[in-house]
Design a protein around this ligand. Structure first.
Ligand code: AFP
Length: 327
Protein backbone atom coordinates (compact mmCIF):
# COMPACT_ATOMS: atom_id res chain seq x y z
CA UNK A 1 0.00 0.00 0.00
CA UNK A 2 1.09 3.55 -0.62
CA UNK A 3 3.45 5.10 1.92
CA UNK A 4 1.49 7.73 3.84
CA UNK A 5 -1.75 5.71 3.92
CA UNK A 6 -3.49 6.30 7.24
CA UNK A 7 -3.50 3.45 9.72
CA UNK A 8 -7.30 3.54 9.84
CA UNK A 9 -7.55 3.04 6.07
CA UNK A 10 -4.88 0.31 6.19
CA UNK A 11 -6.89 -1.53 8.85
CA UNK A 12 -10.18 -1.13 6.99
CA UNK A 13 -8.68 -2.44 3.75
CA UNK A 14 -7.17 -5.41 5.60
CA UNK A 15 -10.60 -6.09 7.12
CA UNK A 16 -12.26 -6.06 3.68
CA UNK A 17 -10.13 -9.03 2.66
CA UNK A 18 -12.05 -11.09 5.25
CA UNK A 19 -15.76 -10.94 4.41
CA UNK A 20 -16.59 -12.74 7.69
CA UNK A 21 -14.82 -10.08 9.76
CA UNK A 22 -17.14 -8.23 12.11
CA UNK A 23 -14.95 -5.14 12.42
CA UNK A 24 -14.62 -5.64 16.19
CA UNK A 25 -10.96 -6.19 15.90
CA UNK A 26 -10.40 -3.19 13.64
CA UNK A 27 -12.25 -0.89 15.98
CA UNK A 28 -10.23 -2.22 18.94
CA UNK A 29 -7.01 -1.44 17.12
CA UNK A 30 -8.24 2.04 16.26
CA UNK A 31 -8.87 2.62 19.98
CA UNK A 32 -5.34 1.45 20.76
CA UNK A 33 -4.00 4.09 18.39
CA UNK A 34 -6.04 6.70 20.25
CA UNK A 35 -4.40 5.65 23.51
CA UNK A 36 -1.01 5.79 21.76
CA UNK A 37 -1.63 9.36 20.61
CA UNK A 38 -2.69 10.51 24.07
CA UNK A 39 0.32 8.87 25.74
CA UNK A 40 2.62 10.26 23.07
CA UNK A 41 1.35 13.76 23.76
CA UNK A 42 1.97 13.36 27.49
CA UNK A 43 5.42 11.84 26.97
CA UNK A 44 6.36 14.77 24.77
CA UNK A 45 5.26 17.37 27.25
CA UNK A 46 6.50 15.44 30.25
CA UNK A 47 9.38 17.82 30.78
CA UNK A 48 7.14 20.87 30.51
CA UNK A 49 4.49 20.06 33.01
CA UNK A 50 5.36 18.48 36.27
CA UNK A 51 4.18 15.00 35.43
CA UNK A 52 7.60 13.46 36.03
CA UNK A 53 8.80 11.99 39.27
CA UNK A 54 7.80 9.18 41.52
CA UNK A 55 4.26 8.87 42.64
CA UNK A 56 5.45 7.45 45.91
CA UNK A 57 3.96 4.00 45.39
CA UNK A 58 5.39 0.74 44.14
CA UNK A 59 3.84 -1.55 41.56
CA UNK A 60 3.08 -5.23 42.04
CA UNK A 61 6.75 -6.11 41.50
CA UNK A 62 8.01 -3.71 44.15
CA UNK A 63 9.32 -1.25 41.54
CA UNK A 64 8.71 2.48 41.86
CA UNK A 65 5.80 3.58 39.73
CA UNK A 66 6.24 6.90 38.03
CA UNK A 67 3.29 9.08 37.22
CA UNK A 68 3.53 8.50 33.52
CA UNK A 69 3.31 4.70 33.94
CA UNK A 70 0.06 5.10 35.79
CA UNK A 71 -1.19 7.61 33.27
CA UNK A 72 -0.42 5.23 30.39
CA UNK A 73 -2.15 2.35 32.18
CA UNK A 74 -5.26 4.43 32.86
CA UNK A 75 -5.29 5.78 29.31
CA UNK A 76 -5.26 2.31 27.77
CA UNK A 77 -8.02 1.18 30.15
CA UNK A 78 -10.14 4.24 29.36
CA UNK A 79 -9.78 3.88 25.60
CA UNK A 80 -10.20 0.12 25.17
CA UNK A 81 -12.60 -0.96 27.90
CA UNK A 82 -15.77 0.72 26.63
CA UNK A 83 -15.50 -0.76 23.11
CA UNK A 84 -17.53 -3.88 23.85
CA UNK A 85 -14.80 -6.05 22.33
CA UNK A 86 -13.00 -7.06 25.52
CA UNK A 87 -13.75 -9.24 28.50
CA UNK A 88 -10.62 -8.41 30.51
CA UNK A 89 -7.23 -6.74 30.65
CA UNK A 90 -3.89 -7.67 32.24
CA UNK A 91 -1.15 -5.11 32.72
CA UNK A 92 2.30 -4.85 34.20
CA UNK A 93 0.86 -2.14 36.41
CA UNK A 94 -1.97 -4.25 37.86
CA UNK A 95 -1.50 -7.28 40.06
CA UNK A 96 -4.70 -9.02 39.02
CA UNK A 97 -6.85 -9.34 35.94
CA UNK A 98 -8.98 -6.25 35.33
CA UNK A 99 -12.57 -7.19 34.53
CA UNK A 100 -14.44 -5.01 32.07
CA UNK A 101 -16.85 -2.97 34.23
CA UNK A 102 -20.49 -4.05 34.12
CA UNK A 103 -21.60 -0.78 32.53
CA UNK A 104 -19.92 -1.81 29.26
CA UNK A 105 -20.82 -4.65 26.91
CA UNK A 106 -18.42 -7.62 27.02
CA UNK A 107 -16.54 -8.96 24.03
CA UNK A 108 -14.51 -11.90 22.80
CA UNK A 109 -10.96 -10.64 23.31
CA UNK A 110 -8.55 -10.07 26.17
CA UNK A 111 -5.89 -7.36 26.12
CA UNK A 112 -2.46 -7.56 27.75
CA UNK A 113 -0.03 -4.67 28.04
CA UNK A 114 3.07 -3.14 29.41
CA UNK A 115 1.63 0.37 29.21
CA UNK A 116 4.94 2.21 29.53
CA UNK A 117 8.13 0.21 29.37
CA UNK A 118 11.55 1.63 30.17
CA UNK A 119 10.22 4.10 32.69
CA UNK A 120 13.60 4.64 34.33
CA UNK A 121 14.52 6.38 31.05
CA UNK A 122 11.71 8.93 31.21
CA UNK A 123 13.63 11.46 33.27
CA UNK A 124 16.55 11.48 30.85
CA UNK A 125 14.66 11.90 27.59
CA UNK A 126 15.43 8.45 26.21
CA UNK A 127 12.94 6.54 24.06
CA UNK A 128 10.32 4.52 25.89
CA UNK A 129 7.48 2.38 24.62
CA UNK A 130 4.20 0.56 25.14
CA UNK A 131 3.78 -3.14 24.29
CA UNK A 132 0.45 -4.91 23.83
CA UNK A 133 -1.15 -8.12 22.60
CA UNK A 134 -4.67 -9.36 21.98
CA UNK A 135 -5.92 -12.92 22.51
CA UNK A 136 -9.30 -14.44 21.80
CA UNK A 137 -10.87 -15.49 25.10
CA UNK A 138 -11.24 -19.23 25.71
CA UNK A 139 -13.67 -19.12 28.64
CA UNK A 140 -17.40 -18.62 28.19
CA UNK A 141 -18.63 -17.12 31.47
CA UNK A 142 -19.55 -13.54 32.27
CA UNK A 143 -16.02 -12.64 33.42
CA UNK A 144 -12.50 -13.16 32.11
CA UNK A 145 -10.68 -16.09 33.70
CA UNK A 146 -6.98 -16.81 34.15
CA UNK A 147 -7.06 -19.29 31.25
CA UNK A 148 -8.03 -16.46 28.91
CA UNK A 149 -4.65 -14.88 29.66
CA UNK A 150 -2.42 -17.90 30.19
CA UNK A 151 -2.36 -18.93 26.55
CA UNK A 152 0.75 -19.74 24.59
CA UNK A 153 2.11 -16.87 22.51
CA UNK A 154 1.14 -18.59 19.27
CA UNK A 155 -2.49 -17.91 20.13
CA UNK A 156 -2.02 -14.14 19.84
CA UNK A 157 -4.28 -12.56 17.26
CA UNK A 158 -2.41 -9.27 17.34
CA UNK A 159 0.73 -7.85 18.93
CA UNK A 160 2.28 -4.45 18.69
CA UNK A 161 4.29 -1.73 20.29
CA UNK A 162 4.45 2.02 20.26
CA UNK A 163 7.82 3.71 20.49
CA UNK A 164 7.92 7.26 21.80
CA UNK A 165 11.20 8.44 20.33
CA UNK A 166 12.37 11.16 17.98
CA UNK A 167 9.03 10.40 16.36
CA UNK A 168 6.21 8.21 17.64
CA UNK A 169 5.75 4.95 15.76
CA UNK A 170 3.33 2.10 16.07
CA UNK A 171 4.43 -1.31 14.80
CA UNK A 172 2.02 -4.24 14.80
CA UNK A 173 1.20 -7.63 13.37
CA UNK A 174 -2.00 -9.61 13.08
CA UNK A 175 -0.13 -12.59 11.63
CA UNK A 176 0.12 -11.13 8.12
CA UNK A 177 3.47 -9.39 8.22
CA UNK A 178 4.70 -6.52 10.36
CA UNK A 179 3.78 -2.97 9.52
CA UNK A 180 5.03 0.32 10.94
CA UNK A 181 3.21 3.66 11.09
CA UNK A 182 4.69 7.00 12.07
CA UNK A 183 2.60 9.59 13.88
CA UNK A 184 2.27 12.84 11.95
CA UNK A 185 1.66 15.22 14.85
CA UNK A 186 0.38 17.91 12.47
CA UNK A 187 -2.71 15.89 11.58
CA UNK A 188 -2.73 13.51 14.53
CA UNK A 189 -2.69 10.42 12.32
CA UNK A 190 -0.44 7.39 12.12
CA UNK A 191 0.76 7.10 8.51
CA UNK A 192 2.22 4.00 6.88
CA UNK A 193 6.00 4.39 6.87
CA UNK A 194 7.33 0.81 6.99
CA UNK A 195 5.27 -1.84 5.20
CA UNK A 196 6.06 -5.53 5.62
CA UNK A 197 9.14 -5.12 7.80
CA UNK A 198 11.61 -8.01 7.60
CA UNK A 199 14.63 -8.24 9.83
CA UNK A 200 17.98 -8.88 8.10
CA UNK A 201 18.95 -12.55 8.51
CA UNK A 202 22.12 -11.47 10.32
CA UNK A 203 22.99 -8.16 11.94
CA UNK A 204 26.02 -6.30 13.19
CA UNK A 205 24.55 -5.32 16.58
CA UNK A 206 24.43 -7.18 19.88
CA UNK A 207 22.44 -5.74 22.77
CA UNK A 208 22.94 -7.04 26.29
CA UNK A 209 23.54 -5.49 29.70
CA UNK A 210 27.25 -6.25 30.06
CA UNK A 211 27.07 -5.01 33.65
CA UNK A 212 25.64 -8.44 34.41
CA UNK A 213 28.61 -10.26 32.83
CA UNK A 214 29.87 -11.65 36.14
CA UNK A 215 26.57 -13.48 36.58
CA UNK A 216 26.40 -14.96 33.06
CA UNK A 217 26.81 -18.64 32.48
CA UNK A 218 29.36 -20.03 30.03
CA UNK A 219 27.00 -20.23 27.06
CA UNK A 220 26.16 -16.52 27.12
CA UNK A 221 29.74 -15.58 27.93
CA UNK A 222 31.10 -17.48 24.95
CA UNK A 223 28.37 -16.20 22.61
CA UNK A 224 29.05 -12.57 23.54
CA UNK A 225 32.80 -13.10 23.12
CA UNK A 226 32.17 -14.61 19.71
CA UNK A 227 29.87 -11.73 18.73
CA UNK A 228 32.54 -9.24 19.74
CA UNK A 229 35.35 -11.06 17.99
CA UNK A 230 33.14 -11.51 14.95
CA UNK A 231 32.97 -7.74 14.59
CA UNK A 232 29.56 -7.01 16.08
CA UNK A 233 29.11 -3.68 17.79
CA UNK A 234 27.33 -3.17 21.15
CA UNK A 235 24.19 -1.06 21.41
CA UNK A 236 22.14 -1.10 24.61
CA UNK A 237 19.59 1.54 25.55
CA UNK A 238 18.04 -0.32 28.48
CA UNK A 239 14.60 0.39 27.10
CA UNK A 240 13.30 -2.82 25.55
CA UNK A 241 11.12 -1.27 22.85
CA UNK A 242 13.96 1.01 21.73
CA UNK A 243 16.53 -1.81 21.63
CA UNK A 244 14.08 -4.13 19.87
CA UNK A 245 12.96 -1.55 17.33
CA UNK A 246 16.50 -0.63 16.34
CA UNK A 247 17.49 -4.27 15.90
CA UNK A 248 14.29 -5.06 13.98
CA UNK A 249 15.09 -2.40 11.42
CA UNK A 250 18.88 -2.78 11.29
CA UNK A 251 19.37 -6.44 12.17
CA UNK A 252 21.00 -7.77 15.31
CA UNK A 253 20.36 -9.63 18.52
CA UNK A 254 19.00 -8.60 21.91
CA UNK A 255 19.65 -10.78 24.94
CA UNK A 256 18.27 -10.62 28.45
CA UNK A 257 19.32 -14.09 29.54
CA UNK A 258 18.89 -16.04 32.73
CA UNK A 259 21.93 -15.51 34.92
CA UNK A 260 23.10 -16.39 38.40
CA UNK A 261 21.27 -13.41 39.87
CA UNK A 262 18.06 -13.68 37.83
CA UNK A 263 17.22 -17.31 37.21
CA UNK A 264 14.37 -16.40 34.86
CA UNK A 265 15.86 -13.27 33.36
CA UNK A 266 14.10 -9.97 33.96
CA UNK A 267 11.53 -9.49 31.25
CA UNK A 268 7.90 -10.57 31.39
CA UNK A 269 6.57 -13.35 29.22
CA UNK A 270 2.98 -12.30 28.68
CA UNK A 271 3.28 -8.64 27.80
CA UNK A 272 6.93 -8.19 26.77
CA UNK A 273 8.59 -11.34 25.38
CA UNK A 274 5.52 -12.92 23.73
CA UNK A 275 4.26 -9.88 21.78
CA UNK A 276 7.78 -9.04 20.59
CA UNK A 277 8.35 -12.69 19.62
CA UNK A 278 5.14 -12.73 17.57
CA UNK A 279 6.37 -9.60 15.80
CA UNK A 280 9.88 -10.94 15.25
CA UNK A 281 8.64 -14.26 13.83
CA UNK A 282 6.36 -12.38 11.47
CA UNK A 283 9.38 -10.29 10.45
CA UNK A 284 11.32 -13.53 9.73
CA UNK A 285 13.36 -13.39 12.92
CA UNK A 286 13.43 -15.58 16.03
CA UNK A 287 12.65 -15.20 19.72
CA UNK A 288 13.72 -17.90 22.19
CA UNK A 289 14.18 -18.31 25.93
CA UNK A 290 17.56 -19.94 25.29
CA UNK A 291 16.09 -23.36 24.53
CA UNK A 292 12.69 -23.08 22.89
CA UNK A 293 10.65 -20.53 20.95
CA UNK A 294 9.04 -18.01 23.31
CA UNK A 295 5.75 -18.49 21.44
CA UNK A 296 5.59 -22.16 22.52
CA UNK A 297 5.70 -21.39 26.24
CA UNK A 298 2.43 -21.67 28.14
CA UNK A 299 2.53 -19.07 30.94
CA UNK A 300 1.66 -20.29 34.40
CA UNK A 301 1.05 -16.84 35.87
CA UNK A 302 0.37 -13.31 34.69
CA UNK A 303 3.64 -11.68 35.64
CA UNK A 304 5.98 -14.57 34.85
CA UNK A 305 9.53 -13.63 33.87
CA UNK A 306 11.39 -15.31 31.04
CA UNK A 307 14.90 -15.14 29.55
CA UNK A 308 14.75 -13.53 26.10
CA UNK A 309 17.07 -13.86 23.10
CA UNK A 310 15.52 -12.20 20.09
CA UNK A 311 16.46 -10.81 16.71
CA UNK A 312 18.00 -11.84 13.39
CA UNK A 313 17.47 -15.56 12.82
CA UNK A 314 21.11 -16.52 12.17
CA UNK A 315 22.32 -14.57 15.19
CA UNK A 316 19.69 -16.09 17.49
CA UNK A 317 20.51 -19.55 16.15
CA UNK A 318 24.19 -18.99 16.90
CA UNK A 319 23.38 -17.94 20.47
CA UNK A 320 21.11 -20.98 20.78
CA UNK A 321 23.93 -23.30 19.70
CA UNK A 322 26.32 -21.68 22.13
CA UNK A 323 23.88 -22.26 25.00
CA UNK A 324 23.30 -25.85 23.90
CA UNK A 325 27.00 -26.65 23.80
CA UNK A 326 27.57 -25.20 27.23
CA UNK A 327 25.10 -27.60 28.90
P1 AFP B 1 12.52 -0.01 33.58
O1 AFP B 1 11.06 0.09 33.18
O2 AFP B 1 12.73 -0.19 35.06
O3 AFP B 1 13.32 1.11 33.01
O4 AFP B 1 13.06 -1.39 32.96
C1 AFP B 1 13.16 -1.50 31.59
C2 AFP B 1 13.22 -2.94 31.22
O5 AFP B 1 12.12 -3.64 31.71
C3 AFP B 1 13.33 -3.10 29.71
O6 AFP B 1 12.72 -2.07 29.00
C4 AFP B 1 14.82 -3.16 29.45
O7 AFP B 1 15.15 -3.90 28.31
C5 AFP B 1 15.34 -3.80 30.69
O8 AFP B 1 14.42 -3.53 31.72
C6 AFP B 1 16.67 -3.26 31.09
O9 AFP B 1 17.08 -3.91 32.23
P2 AFP B 1 18.54 -3.65 32.85
O10 AFP B 1 18.56 -2.24 33.37
O11 AFP B 1 18.67 -4.68 33.93
O12 AFP B 1 19.55 -3.86 31.75
Amino acid sequence: MEIGTTLTRFLLEAQRKYPMATGDFTSLLVQITTAAKIISREVNKAGLIDILGYQGVTNVHGESVQKLDQFANDTFLRTVCHTGHLIGVASEEMENVYQIPGIYPKGKYVFVMDPLDGSSNIDVNISIGSIFAIYRRVSTGSEATMEDFLQRGRAQVCAGYIIYGSSTMMVYTTGFGVHGFTLDPGIGEFLLSHEDIQIPSRGSIYSINEGNADAWDNGIRSYVERARKGGKTARYVGSLVADFHRNLLKGGIFLYPADHKNKNGKLRLLYEASPLSFIIEQAKGQGIDGHQPILDIVPDRLHQRVPLIIGSPEDVEEAHQSLRHSL
